[in-house]
Ligand binder design. Structure first.
Ligand SMILES: Cc1cc2nc3c(=O)[nH]c(=O)nc-3n(C[C@H](O)[C@H](O)[C@H](O)COP(=O)(O)OP(=O)(O)OC[C@H]3O[C@@H](n4cnc5c(N)ncnc54)[C@H](O)[C@@H]3O)c2cc1C
Length: 411
């Protein structure tokens, strides 16, 4: 029977273990936390958005998109749904975003744990792997009290995002020690820190907006959704979605600016008309009262300040230039980004082990036979919306299938 050792009991490691055991391999799963699936518990705000019906390739980012495409064909979102339904999850579809009907991420972690139990997978929790070596065709996996040996090793240690859940970058270290190149992991799906002092005044404001990221003055990507203003800068889903590009651009020494369109439904000329129409009834108002009903008060105040309009000046006394300046702020409120929030605030990391170092979608290392990689440790990061977990399920399934079938068998 093939002996497979899986390092890391997160989403991809659990999927890999279950798949390998179903193929008849003797699986041992090593997890440094007290329990498996710790990160799963915090996904989707504790509800676990475990995949998405809309599977466009552009939601996955990697140096090797074709590889991702092929992998997703081999284990798709539909297969993920069937897999979880068979384990007892009733699926709730929220506009294509899929959750367990229980509304509890813990259900997902628990059905996976129950399945590992049913398949008699030996799960060693509180077991931190310290090193992985290969000698004479066999792997030696060292922990504090024991050295495990096996024919195949699956590295599923995650990235460096949310290290409190156990993913502290060990997988990159193991991959490098076995001769692999690692693309420097950077925080993604996270908030952005801005240099503007008025961020302090906006803290707590939420506003629907179109978010445009400009890198060295050129438009890189646009997203729309609810922006959350914070004392350090900007947060919220549309900001998370652009953050991976910010991380990479800042790493390359480029300048990043976020431009918010706070009224995407109105073009600039329409906005001027709108403000002019409103002036008929509100001409005697001044300061934030003019923008009452359009923006939250804190935001109106900052917009007027940035437009250089005194809070005391009545609307009817505004000059044309002041009006235009305000419209510019509404349509294009700018923030200079100094950095992304750190790994501890990130949901995922960009970078990791390049897919070019794998033997295709067998997920086996092209450098070390019998060594496999799964999950976020690889150079694939997804958009918000269930794509990162889909990658964990897809890569976990492929790696479990191939590690169980191929290679040398123990006596
Ligand atoms: C707050 C938050 C919310 C998220 N929400 C979503 C969402 O709703 N939908 C979505 O698709 N994605 C979401 N993600 C991303 C998603 O959770 C991850 O991409 C996914 O869990 C990665 O799975 P993984 O198996 O690669 O790594 P992980 O889940 O990080 O698992 C790695 C495991 O390896 C273990 N490990 C590491 N080093 C060692 C070692 N030396 N020895 C033994 N064990 C080790 C760790 O303890 C950990 O359990 C979210 C992430 C965060 C942080």
């Amino acid at each position: 029977m093939k002996k497979v050792l899986v390092i890391g009991g997160g989403a991809s490691g659990l999927m890999a273990s279950i798949t390998a055991a179903r193929q008849g391999a003797k699986v041992t799963l090593l997890e440094k936390n007290r329990q498996t699936g710790k990160k799963l518990l915090v996904t989707g705000n504790g509800r676990c958005n475990f995949t998405n019906r809309n599977q466009e390739l552009s939601y996955y980012r990697s140096e090797n998109q074709e590889f991702v495409k092929e992998a997703l064909k081999a284990f798709s979102a539909d297969q993920t749904v069937r897999f979880f339904e068979e384990l007892g999850i009733l699926v709730k579809d929220c506009g294509g975003y899929l959750y367990p009907n229980s509304g509890q991420a813990a259900s997902v972690a628990e059905v996976l744990r129950l399945e590992t139990q049913r398949l008699q997978i030996k799960t060693a929790c509180n077991t931190e792997v310290l090193s992985v070596e290969k000698k004479d065709g066999l792997f030696y996996v060292k922990t504090e009290g024991w050295t495990y040996t096996s024919d195949a090793v699956i590295l599923a240690c995650g990235s460096m995002a949310a290290p409190g859940t156990g993913s502290t970058g060990d997988g990159y270290r193991f991959a490098e020690s076995l001769g692999h190149r690692v693309i420097r992991p950077l925080p993604a799906l996270t908030g952005l820190c801005a240099s503007q002092k008025d961020c302090q005044k906006l803290s707590g404001v939420r506003m629907e907006a179109k978010v445009t990221l400009q890198i060295d003055g050129a438009v890189c990507i646009e997203e729309q959704g609810e922006v959350q203003f914070a004392s350090y800068g900007l947060s919220g889903i549309p900001v998370f979605q652009v953050s991976r590009y910010v991380s990479q651009a800042l790493e390359e020494g480029k300048a990043c600016e976020i431009c918010l369109d706070l009224c995407p439904a109105y073009k600039e000329e329409k906005m001027i008309e709108l403000l002019a129409e409103r002036a008929e009834g509100t001409g005697n108002r001044s300061g934030t009262d003019v923008l009452l009903g359009m923006f939250p008060e804190k935001l109106s105040k900052v917009l007027l300040e940035r437009a250089g309009i005194s809070g005391k000046k009545k609307r009817k006394d505004w000059t044309q230039a002041e009006m235009q300046s305000l419209v510019r702020q509404i349509k294009s409120m700018r923030f200079t980004i100094t950095k992304c929030r750190g790994y501890d605030q990130a949901q995922v990391c960009t970078g990791g082990v390049p897919l070019s170092q794998l033997k295709g979608i067998s997920m086996e290392s092209a450098l070390v036979p019998g060594l496999y990689f799964a999950g976020e440790l690889l150079d694939v990061d997804g958009a918000c919306g269930g794509y990162n977990l889909q990658w964990a399920w897809t890569s976990g399934f492929l790696v479990g299938t191939c590690a169980a079938r191929d290679g040398v068998k123990s006596q």
